[in-house]
Write a protein that binds this ligand. Structure first.
Ligand code: KG4
Ligand code: ZN
Length: 338
């Protein structure tokens, strides 16, 4: 079997990433983060594009070096076409186009959301891959989707958020508690010591498999304001219980919809991806669902759940096998059809 070397570029948000794959195995996966956004409490698009432009060439060089190959060995270049921040996407997209044109190798445009799902097919020692069909839950700072996946190329969104993403629900709640951005990991950390039933928050009423998280944020804000008015030390004294209760509410919302998705589709294989799948409460709940509901759940390595180029590369590789190449006139898209 011929060895296919894929260079993958991901630049949809605030991480500049390049990966090299040999067939479905990752040789290198380099991610340059952008700490500049921390002081602004969120990603600043203009600053993100500038940092991508600064980082893209060095990141690709390091990825090639780490993989131990030279650019002449490459068979194709895959890049994130969208969805994401336009200025960020343009940097990765233009770079990928120029390089494919210079090397005269195929260019493959990849949908970032599909890549989060297909990241499970990266060949890793000891990692069990899902089989089709399965249900994919993608949860991050920018996304919340439930997708029915029937093949590498056939996927259908069966549920998504109507407002905020799950990660935003974590980060905005954390902000109310005075935690620095992004606060999701801190809620996770403090929740470990707390009682998840200490405080009750109502779950939003949303039809079908869709989600809504903006009401929860407002509810938490009022809850904190009311309690702090009565006791200025309320947050400090009850931090663990507050975090555990917020996290449990979010987990319950996700689990309700997953259960509904399983009963509607009859599919019991569940995969998760996106930065929020690092949450220890979510991981534990999904593991427990295996014995509780007879599901089989798949949680990939952390490196492949957050934004990374390796997941773009695996999609690139499967498209390469099918000769699904993109034309040089392809354009980046902030919003993109699935
Ligand atoms: O996938 P990601 O790195 O970037 C995108 O948003 O695309 O996800 C980042 C999000 C942030 O909202 C962050 O707070 C959240 O993932 N996150 C967590 C945890 N680790 C990261 N949320 C809850 N618990 C965690 N352990
Ligand atoms: Zn993402």
């Amino acid at each position: 079997k011929k060895s296919i070397y894929t260079l993958a570029i991901e630049s949809s948000c605030d991480d500049t990433s390049a990966a090299i794959l040999i067939n479905d195995k990752v040789l290198s996966n380099v991610v340059a983060g952008q700490p500049i956004h921390e002081e602004f409490g969120g990603v600043v698009p203009e600053l993100a594009s500038r940092a991508h432009q600064q980082n893209i060439v060095p990141v690709v060089d390091v990825a090639l070096k780490k993989a131990g190959i030279s650019k002449e060995d490459l068979n194709c270049i895959a890049f994130t076409q969208g969805p994401g921040l336009m200025g960020s996407l343009l940097v990765g997209g233009s770079f990928a186009k120029s390089m494919s044109s210079a090397l005269q190798i195929p260019l493959i445009a990849v949908n970032h959301m599909k890549a989060h799902i297909l990241a499970h097919f990266i060949d890793e020692e000891g990692y069990d891959k899902p089989t089709f069909p399965f249900i994919a839950l993608t949860i991050s700072g920018g996304h919340t989707q439930i997708v029915k996946v029937t093949s590498f190329f056939d996927m259908e969104i069966i549920g998504e958020t109507t407002d905020d993403a799950v990660g935003e629900a974590f980060d905005k709640s954390a902000k109310v508690l005075g935690f620095p951005y992004p606060g999701g990991p801190l809620i996770d950390k403090f929740a470990k010591e707390g009682n998840p039933k200490a405080y009750q928050f109502t779950k939003p009423k949303v039809d079908g498999l869709n989600f809504s998280f903006s009401g929860l944020k407002t509810q938490i804000l009022y809850f904190i304001q009311k309690n702090v008015a009565e006791n200025p030390n309320f947050i400090e004294e009850n931090k663990a219980d507050i975090c555990a209760s917020i996290q449990q509410t979010i987990i319950n919302i996700l689990m309700d919809k997953l259960k509904m998705a399983v009963s509607e589709t009859g599919i019991k294989q569940i995969t998760i991806g996106g930065g929020v799948s690092a949450n220890s409460g979510i991981r534990k709940t999904l593991k427990e669902a295996e014995s509780k509901y007879g599901w089989k759940t798949y949680i990939p390595k952390f490196e492949y759940t957050t934004d990374n180029a390796a997941m773009i590369g695996i999609v690139g590789y499967y498209n390469y096998l099918e000769n699904n190449f993109s034309d040089a006139s392809i354009v980046s898209k902030a919003r993109i059809e699935f």
